[in-house]
Design a binder for this molecule. Structure first.
Ligand SMILES: *Cc1c(COP(=O)(O)O)cnc(C)c1O
Length: 365
C-alpha cells in the first residue's frame, strides 16, 4: 500500500521536473502584460466609464457596445464541464491558428530557435514558423503516415522548442499510435502539441484525459470542424494552468469577440445537434469509404478517423481535380505533399453532396 502510494506520487511528480520557465522566451518571462479595463474591473456596475466604450449603444440590430470578457469565463465553464478539465487548463484563441502562433512566439526566439513538424501534415505550423522567423525541422512520417521507432528517435534527438503531432493527421486522416505519442511526451525536451482538430470523428480518447500526467503536453481542438462553427473562428488549447497562464499573458486582450463567445456558449449547450451532425458525417464517411474503391480511377482510400478521406487516384489525380472543379465540386489537391503523390483530400459533405461527388467520379472513370 505504502509502495503503491510512493509509486503513484512519483509518477505525478515526474512531469513537474520539466522546467516550463526554461522553455519560455526570456523577454516574455520578463514582460508585464497589458491590463485592460475589463481585467481591472470585473462584474457589473451601474456606470461603466472605464473603457471608452459607447454607452449609448451600437449601430446595427444587436448591442455589442461593451468589450467582451478577456478570459471568456462563461464559455470556458461550459468547455470545462464537457471536456472534464479545469477552466485554468483552457485557452481560447481566434481559431486554433492563433494558439499555434502564440505557442511559437511563447517559446521560440526568432532567428535562433526551431520547431519540429512531421510531414505530410497541417500547413499552418510551417506558415506560423516562417512568419516568426523560426526554423523548421522536418521529420517525415513513415510511408503509412505513422511514427516508427526511427521517427520517434529523431524527434527525441531534436533541439526544437515545440513538436507538432497532428492526430488524426491532416491531410492523411489517420490517428498516430498512442504509445508512440507517449514516448515522445516522456522523452522530448520541448513542448509536445497534439493537434486534435478532428478528434470528434476519431475512435480514440482525447489526450486531454492525460493532461495531469504531462507538463509539456498541449492539446489543440477547434470549433471549426465537428461543431460546425468555422466561420466564428474559435479554437481551444488545453495544457497545464502554468502554460495557459503564459498564453493568456501574450494574447491580444480581447481576442475572442462577444459575438463569438455568445454563439459558442449557445452551441456548447446544443449537445444533441452536435451529436446528430457527428453521426451523420460518420455515416457519410463510411458510405464514401465503401463506395469509392469500386470507382475505376481510385487506387487507394486511406483509413480515416476524420471528416475527410485521402484518396489516391490513377493515372492523374490533378486531372481528376480539374475535372471536378469543372463540375463545380472543389476538393483539396494534395499531390505535392510528401508521401501523398496522386492524392486528393475529399471532405465528407451532406448525403446529397457525397452522392454528387461519387457520381462525378464514376462518370470520369
Ligand atoms: C482545420 C484544422 C485546424 C483548425 O483551425 P482553426 O483555426 O481552429 O479553424 C487546426 N488544425 C488542423 C490540423 C486542422 O486541420
Amino acid at each position: 500500500m505504502l509502495i503503491e502510494v510512493i509509486l503513484h506520487s512519483s509518477f505525478f511528480i515526474r512531469p513537474s521536473l520539466m522546467n516550463l520557465d526554461s522553455l519560455i522566451r526570456p523577454n516574455i518571462r520578463a514582460m508585464k502584460p497589458y491590463a485592460s479595463a475589463r481585467d481591472e474591473f470585473q462584474g457589473t456596475a451601474q456606470v461603466m466609464l472605464d473603457a471608452n466604450e459607447n454607452s449609448l449603444g451600437s449601430v446595427g440590430p444587436q448591442a455589442f457596445n461593451r468589450y467582451p470578457d478577456p478570459l471568456q469565463r462563461a464559455v470556458k465553464a461550459e468547455v470545462a464541464k464537457l471536456k472534464h478539465v479545469r477552466p485554468e487548463q483552457i485557452f481560447l484563441g481566434n481559431g486554433s491558428d492563433e494558439a499555434i502562433d502564440l505557442l511559437l512566439r511563447l517559446t521560440c526566439v526568432p532567428g535562433q530557435d526551431s520547431i519540429a513538424i512531421l510531414p505530410p501534415t497541417y500547413g499552418m505550423y510551417e506558415v506560423a514558423a516562417n512568419l516568426n522567423d523560426v526554423a523548421i525541422e522536418r521529420i517525415p512520417l513513415t510511408g503509412d503516415f505513422q511514427l516508427s521507432a526511427e521517427v520517434i528517435n529523431k524527434v527525441l534527438a531534436s533541439d526544437a522548442k515545440v513538436v507538432f503531432l497532428c492526430s488524426p493527421n491532416n491531410p492523411t486522416g489517420n490517428l498516430l499510435h498512442q504509445d508512440a505519442i507517449e514516448q515522445i511526451l516522456r522523452g522530448f525536451r520541448g513542448i509536445v502539441v497534439v493537434d486534435e482538430a478532428y478528434v470528434d470523428f476519431a475512435d480514440a480518447p482525447s489526450w486531454t484525459t492525460r493532461l495531469d500526467e504531462f507538463a509539456n503536453l498541449v492539446v489543440l481542438q477547434t470549433f471549426s470542424k465537428a461543431w460546425g462553427m468555422a466561420g466564428l473562428r474559435l479554437g481551444m488549447a488545453f495544457a497545464s494552468a502554468e502554460l495557459i497562464g503564459y498564453l493568456n499573458k501574450i494574447k491580444p486582450p480581447y481576442n475572442i469577440s462577444e459575438a463569438t463567445q455568445q454563439h459558442a456558449f449557445a452551441g456548447l449547450r446544443d449537445a444533441a445537434r452536435f451529436e446528430q451532425m457527428r453521426q451523420e458525417l460518420l455515416t457519410g464517411r463510411a458510405w464514401l469509404q465503401q463506395q469509392l474503391p469500386a470507382v475505376g480511377i481510385v487506387e487507394e482510400v486511406f483509413p480515416s478517423d476524420a471528416n475527410f478521406l485521402l484518396v489516391r487516384f490513377r493515372p492523374d489525380a490533378t486531372a481528376v481535380y480539374e475535372y471536378l472543379l469543372g463540375k463545380g465540386i472543389v476538393v483539396r489537391n494534395r499531390t505535392t505533399q510528401p508521401g501523398c503523390a496522386g492524392c486528393l483530400r475529399l471532405t465528407v459533405g451532406t448525403p446529397a453532396e457525397n452522392e454528387q461527388l461519387l457520381e462525378a467520379l464514376q462518370q470520369f472513370a
